[in-house]
Every structure is written in C-alpha cells, then in structure tokens.
Design a protein around this ligand. Structure first.
Ligand code: B3K
Ligand code: ZN
Length: 843
C-alpha cells in the first residue's frame, strides 16, 4: 500500500447536497439503498469517484438512468454529468461477517456502526472524506425494537424508523444502531430553553449501570454552555453501549456509540478510576459536538484539530469538576508514559503527520495528548481572555466547515496580533524537545540559561528552535516564594532570563504546572528537591520534586547497589502526615516511578535497562517504604477509610486512593494480612480490586482470584479486570505461563477487543514479565497478534506498540523481539494496518 501525503491534498471534484439512506437490515445480507444529490465542484473539476470496500453492488443509477460503474481497488468510478445530479445505488453487505468492527457490524445480536476514520465506505459507495459534508436522512427497516440513527427522530412505524440529521456532516460521523435495547432516560434544558431528550441505551441487565454516565453527560452539557458558550443543537442525544468496540467511544452526531467499558458503571462493578475515566470520555465525546462535528477536519492529517482541542477541553472539564493539580499530574503521567515513549522511538511522528498508509494507525498519544499540550501552550501564551475570544471567533468563523490547523492558528493570530509562524513548528516537528537549564548568581542578579534541542526522529533531523513557554517561580532557601510564577518564552536555541532585586540566591521552580511538553534537564541538589517537595507553591512541581527524589534513589539502587535513600523516606513521611494536603495528591506522591519510567531513565543515561533488576529495585524500595513508614502508612490507611455508601466523587476517591496506596505498600511486609481482610469486607469494586491487586503483586492472590472469578463470571466488564490484573501484575517468573493459561481459559473470548486488550495489553505493561529473557513473552504476543490480525486489523496494529521500545534493550532481547516482529511482517496476508506498524517499528 502506498502512503498518502498531506502535500497532495486536493478538494473533492463533487460536493454533496443531501443524502438519503435506507437500510434493510439482515445479519448476513443487509441491503443499503442510497440516494445522493451531487454537485460538481467548479474549483476542482475531476472524475466522479466514490469510495467503497467489501460491498456487493446490486444496481446504480444517475438521474434515474441505469449506469455500469467501473469498480476500482478502493471504490468505483463512473461518467457523470457536469451539472447537479442524483446518484442512486443499492449494495449488499454482511454485518455478521464483519469482525474488524469497522463499518456496519453485529455485537451480541445488535447492529452497530463505526465509521471513523474510513469505515463508511464499507456501508455504501460514497465520497468517504471529511471535507464532504451533507445533511442525512436515514430509514431503518428491521423487526428489532430499537432503531437509531443520527439527528432527530422523524417518523416511525411497525418495523421501521426514520431519522433526520439537519446539520451537514461528513460520513465518518454517520451511525446506525438497531437492537433489543433498554433506555435510561433523562432530559436537559439548554441555556436558551430548548429541551433535549437524553438516553443511554444498553443491553438488558445493564440498566443499573447508567446513572453515573447520565449525570456526567448533563454536567458536560452545562459546562460547555458555561465555559465555551456552546449549546446542544438537536432535540435528542443518544448514547449506546456496545461490548465489541475497537476504541473507547465515538462522537457520531447525536448518537454517540460507546465501548461499554467507557460508559457502564456501578459501585459494585467499577472502580474510582473507571468512574473518572467514564466521566471524561462522556465529556470528550459530547464536546466533539462542536469541536469535531460542527467544525470538522478538512482531511485526516488535521486529526489533531478536533482531537487535540477536544482532549484539551475534556481535561479542563475534569480539572473543574475534580482537582486541578491532581488532574494535571495524571495527564502528565499519561503523557510521559505513552506520548514521550512514542516520540522517542521508531513510531515518532508530528502532531500533524505528513504521510500515512493507514490513518487508523495515527489515533495516537501524539495526535491526542501532545495535540492537547500544544493547545495548552497556546492558551498559556495568549492568556485566558484572548483564548476565550479566539475560541469564539473560531466557532463564528468556521461553523459548518471542514478546517485545517492553518485556520485554527489564523484565528489566534487575528485575535492576539501575534505571529505564530514559529509556534506552528509544534505541529510539524516530531520528538520531545530537551531543555537544559543552568543558573548563575552574581551581584544580586540571578540568571537562568536555557538551551533547547529536539532529537532526530524518523525522517527528521536538524530541527529549529521551538517556542517553549516555561513557567518559573523562585523560592528562598527557607522555602518562601520570592518570585511568583512568571511565564518565560524560550524561542532561541539558547537564551538567558535575569531576575534582579533578590536578597539571596534563590531556589528555582522550573516548568511549573508542566507548562510545556518537554524533557527538562537540570542538576538539582537533593536538598533543593526536598525543599521544593516540602514548600513549592506549585503543586505540580511539588509532586515533580518528590518524583525526582524517588527516581534518583531508585537509579542509585540500580546502578550503585545503594540502599533505599533514607532522606527520601523521611521526606515522604512528612508529606504523608500533612493533612492540609489533598489525599489524592498524597496518593500520587506515594506512587513510585513506573517500571517504564526507570527503563527510559536508564536508557537516557546510556545504560542498558534490565527489566528484572528494575522490578527488583521497585520491590525493594516498596519494602523499605513499608518497613520505615509502617506507622505512618498504617495511620494513613486507617484515617482515610471512607464510611457509608460508595459515592464516586473526587473527595472520597482521593481518600480511597491514599488508603489503597498505603495498603499496597503495607502488603509488602504483612504477607497480605490487611489486603485479605479488605478483600473479604469490600463493599465496592474500588476496595475489592485494590486488595486483589495488592495480593497479586506479592503473589498471594490465588484464593481471592478464584473467588473473584466465581463472584463475577457473569459480568463481562469485571471479568476483563480479572484477566487484566493477572496479566499485568503477575510476578516476572510466572507471567508468560499465566498469560498462556489465560488464553486457554474458556472465558477468553479473544475476538472481543476488551478481552484481548485485558490479556495482551496487560501483559505488555508487565515489562518484567513480557521481557522474559527466554523470549517466550514476545513469541506468545506475536502468535496472538498474527491470529487477531486476520479478524481485527485495527486492534492488532495498535497492540504492536508493545514492541515499540525494542531498541532500548540488550542485544539478546533485541534479537528476540526482532524475530517476533519479522515473523509478523512475513505473514502472507497481513493487514495494511499491522504491516505499516511493524515496518515502522523495524525501520
Ligand atoms: N474519534 C473517535 C476515535 C475513532 C477511532 C478510529 N480508529 C473517538 C474520539 O476520539 O473521541
Ligand atoms: Zn476524540
């Protein structure tokens, strides 16, 4: 397959004024009738071509006259008038055979669609590109009781229903759902007084898991009105939960389709982390109604236009409804864990890629999360008021259009009067910038010197300096802030910033709030880190200082066989007991850097990371924490039990996070005694899973696992946890055998992406197990990816990223991983998706 280039974009040769679709649903032979009003584009004359894939064309007409189109690799072409005309076609498709879960497919007897990015072409012949927007009218014929599509309900009768979506939309936002579904209903009145009927549609038995999602939806609708001035624009908003889904959820106009794991929650079956994730995904998909749907992308290279902005908006929402500092730390953990890793390896690509083979491979942490960071920087640079005016102008100017990053930045230039030429590099330069900082103190003047550089990435070398907003504050050596946060704009390769009028040499707090997605290189004496951990007014940097101390202590254990640093343990002790601090924040400070973090740190320091040694160091540090902080951890554990009925609110969740963080550590030295009690007493899934995880991490969970399986065998989302916990937390020596055993379990329904991800996503996060020196983990993973690729290329391709860091390891492991990757690459009928990923990883 040939790559497609951003530089080759051409507008469509035909516009669409109106679409009418009729679906005669049948599991193996669904008929799709389309009637599409086309109009030649005078600005880009060209042949009439339509996308289509896996379709059987029954008949086609133009203005009522039978035509015989020429079928091509990816659709058809046909002579067409040089004036407006009506195209009609009838095609047959087989939803039941569609295991790729793209286009129209079936899940537990329900019909469901997923069209983004290019799935609509598996439903009928159409210009399946986001810059072709049209109103849709849809008729569904089926005996199933619930028949849904986009827009407003228009008419319905026995065995049929019609839907009318007046807002012009690209085909990727099309959706259809039909099934025996039950509604959890509510309503919302918009700021201008328009009532909206809301419903979450689920399978029988899941009705009790909808209330939280519904509350999150209403909160999101109110928030978007209050903060962005955006009202909802249809009479109904439907959400459907589906068990077989490749992504988290999809923002189809008026009919969001959700992976059931991303919407269904009850206290008994979902953890605090699940609740928070569900809330943010509901918000994210809802916010797409304006940033994505009303204003969409001109082409798929502009994906970050909707995704970066919508992630940024859902992050703002979570900060508002929960805790701002805690959310920022969570987001940075995610960014560093997924995006920095991507940016530092063979899969690095710009926020706006310049070419792709399969666009589904670019729904990445870089497009989404770095894309959101870029918007955060823009916001920081122009300030709140200008950001708000820019967004108003963006909605005014571009409503109903398919836009580019150029359109987006122009709005900011027009409103702020700034030249964003250099800033725009954030969209085209891949790789995480390194910012090195040094300081000098002379004659009462304190100077910070920054040097920036961006590492080479595939296809990109010799990169120019970027615009990097660096939020800085200064403390004195007592920990009093002497200069509050100021945003320095680094634009040169090397640049000085001076601070005058200080009495003594200050302690700097740099990159407050993680003001830019960069790797900061600074030599900070351990006593300054402790000072910042104890006193910084910026909660992010407070946490960051603790993190740096932990990392330093762990690296010393790994490279110098040092004992766990007592000064680190003391600093933790003080923080743990500080009841003025949010428990959720303290829980984060208590969490050690991840195995992946330390792997990266060792690699960056020019060493070869040994997964087992890292695992042992982490275990030793946790054991030292449990030993030295036993009294404090016990006090924290006891003080943060949450009595009464479970509520998924941030305050309670924070207490549970701290108590469960303490529990995990205490379990290191009490042979699981406390965790076993908590497991037996648990009244909600957060407590139950925390106890089970703590036991699993010391290899003492077998009884509890057996109990858990029998208790939850009929709750598929909970069963995913059972699978995922074992694959992700099994001890290194047992992990491969455990995963193999899990794949042989009768409940391992591997065609279901959630179940497959639970086992193999979990396994790939278990670095010490996955990187077993035998190479058996790699081989097992490769076997299963090869097997899944025949059915579901999208999920397979995504999971090849387990091998994305292969060049960080020793020669033996590299050779074994290369073998596994090459074995995948050599499969004769490998999907385009997986082929592209494996090729890029191996390059
Ligand atoms: N836009 C969808 C993602 C679709 C994934 C296609 N492979 C969900 C989201 O970002 O909101
Ligand atoms: Zn999105």
């Amino acid at each position: 397959a040939q790559p497609i280039y951003l530089a080759d974009y051409t507008p469509p040769a035909f516009w669409v004024d109106r679409v009418e679709l009729t679906f005669r649903l049948h599991p193996t032979a669904t008929r799709v009738l389309s009637r599409v009003a086309f109009r030649p584009n005078p600005d880009a004359p060209g042949p009439f071509t339509l996308h289509g894939q896996d379709l059987t064309l029954i008949r086609a007409t133009i203005d009522g006259n039978e035509v015989t189109p020429t079928l091509t690799d990816d659709g058809l072409t046909c002579p067409a008038p040089d004036a407006p005309f009506v195209w009609e076609a009838e095609v047959e498709i087989n939803p039941e055979a569609n295991k790729a879960l793209e286009g129209l497919y079936m899940s537990n007897g329900m019909y469901c669609t997923q069209c983004e990015a290019e799935g609509f072409r598996k439903i009928t012949y159409y210009p399946d590109r986001p810059d072709v927007m049209a109103p849709f009218i849809v008729r569904i014929e089926s005996d199933l009781p619930v028949l849904l599509s986009n827009g407003n309900p228009a008419a319905a009768g026995e065995g049929w229903a019609e839907w009318d979506d007046p807002w012009p939309k690209p085909a990727y936002l099309f959706a259809l759902v039909a099934g025996d579904l039950h509604a959890h209903r509510d309503s919302f009145t918009t700021a201008s007084g328009k009532p909206v009927d809301l419903a979450i549609w689920v399978r029988d038995g899941d009705q009790d898991k909808c209330a939280f999602g519904m509350a999150a939806l209403k909160a999101s609708m109110a928030w978007d009105e209050r903060v962005y001035g955006r009202e909802y624009d249809l009479d109904v908003f439907n959400i459907v939960a589906v068990d077989d889904f490749n992504a988290g959820a999809m923002e189809n106009k008026g009919l969001n389709v959700f992976n059931s794991a991303a919407v269904l929650a009850s206290p008994e079956t979902a953890t605090d982390a699940n609740f928070e994730r569900i809330e943010s995904i509901i918000a994210h998909e809802y916010f797409h109604n304006w940033t994505g749907n009303r204003i969409t992308c001109r082409d798929w290279f502009q994906l970050c236009l909707k995704e970066g902005l919508t992630v940024y908006r859902d992050q703002q929402f979570t900060k508002d409804v929960r805790s701002e500092p805690v959310k920022r730390i969570d987001d940075v953990l995610m960014l560093r864990g997924a995006q920095f890793r991507e940016d530092g390896g063979p899969l690095a690509h710009p926020v706006r890629p310049e070419s792709f083979v399969e666009i589904n491979n670019f729904y990445t942490a870089t497009v989404y999360d770095k894309g959101a960071e870029v918007i955060g920087m823009l916001h920081r640079l122009v300030g709140d008021a200008t950001y708000a005016r820019a967004l108003d102008l963006y909605f005014d100017r571009h409503d109903g259009q398919a836009c580019t990053i150029e359109d987006w930045l122009k709005v900011f230039e027009d409103v702020s009067g700034r030249d964003l030429t250099q800033f725009k590099l954030w969209y085209s330069i891949a790789g995480t910038p390194h910012v090195k900082v040094t300081d000098t103190w002379a004659d009462g003047s304190y100077t910070l010197t920054f040097q920036q550089s961006v590492p080479d990435t595939p296809g990109q070398t010799d990169k120019p300096p970027m615009v990097i907003p660096i939020a800085v504050g200064l403390l004195d050596t007592d920990g009093t802030e002497v200069v509050p946060t100021r945003v320095l704009e680094l634009t040169e390769a090397r640049q000085n910033f001076a601070f005058d009028g200080l009495a003594t040499r200050p302690v700097p707090s740099i990159l407050r709030g993680f003001s830019a997605p960069v790797i900061l290189e600074q030599t900070v004496p351990a006593e300054h880190k402790r000072l910042l951990l104890a006193h910084d007014t910026d909660p992010f940097n407070r946490w960051e200082a603790g993190r740096a101390l932990a990392r330093q202590a762990l690296l010393a254990m790994l490279t110098d066989r040092a004992a766990p640093d007592p000064a680190y343990l003391e600093a933790l002790q003080a923080l743990l007991a500080d009841d003025s601090l949010d428990p959720a924040f303290r829980a984060l400070v208590l969490r050690l850097p991840s195995q992946q973090d330390l792997t990266q740190a060792l690699f960056d320091a020019g060493q070869v990371p040994d997964p087992l040694a890292i695992h042992d160091a982490l275990t030793a540090m946790e054991t030292a924490m449990a030993t030295h902080l036993q009294a404090d951890l016990t006090a924290s554990f006891d003080a943060h039990q949450v009595p009464g009925p479970y509520r998924p609110v941030a305050a309670d969740a924070g207490k549970r996070a701290l108590a469960n963080g303490a529990l995990a550590l205490l379990t290191r030295t009490d042979a699981g005694a406390r965790a076993k009690v908590q497991y037996s007493d648990a009244a909600n899934m957060t407590q139950q899973m925390a106890a089970l995880s703590a036991l699993q991490r010391i290899g003492a969970a077998s009884d509890a696992l057996e109990h858990f399986h029998s208790q939850w065998q009929h709750e598929r989302l909970v069963l995913d946890k059972w699978f995922g916990l074992q694959s992700s937390l099994s001890l290194p020596a047992e992990a491969v055998a455990t995963v193999r055993r899990l794949t042989e379990h009768p409940d391992f329904t591997w065609e279901n992406p959630n179940r497959f991800r639970a086992v193999f996503g979990g396994f790939s996060s278990n670095l010490a197990g996955f990187h077993d020196p035998s190479g058996d983990g790699y081989a097992l993973m490769a076997d299963w990816l090869i097997r899944l690729d025949r059915l579901n290329p999208m999920t397979t391709a995504r999971m090849t990223t387990a091998f994305g860091t292969w060049k960080q390891y020793d020669a033996d492991r590299q050779a074994l991983m290369r073998d596994a990757l090459e074995r995948i690459a050599l499969v004769p009928v490998l999907s385009r998706d997986t082929k592209e990923m494996v090729t890029r990883i191996l390059a």
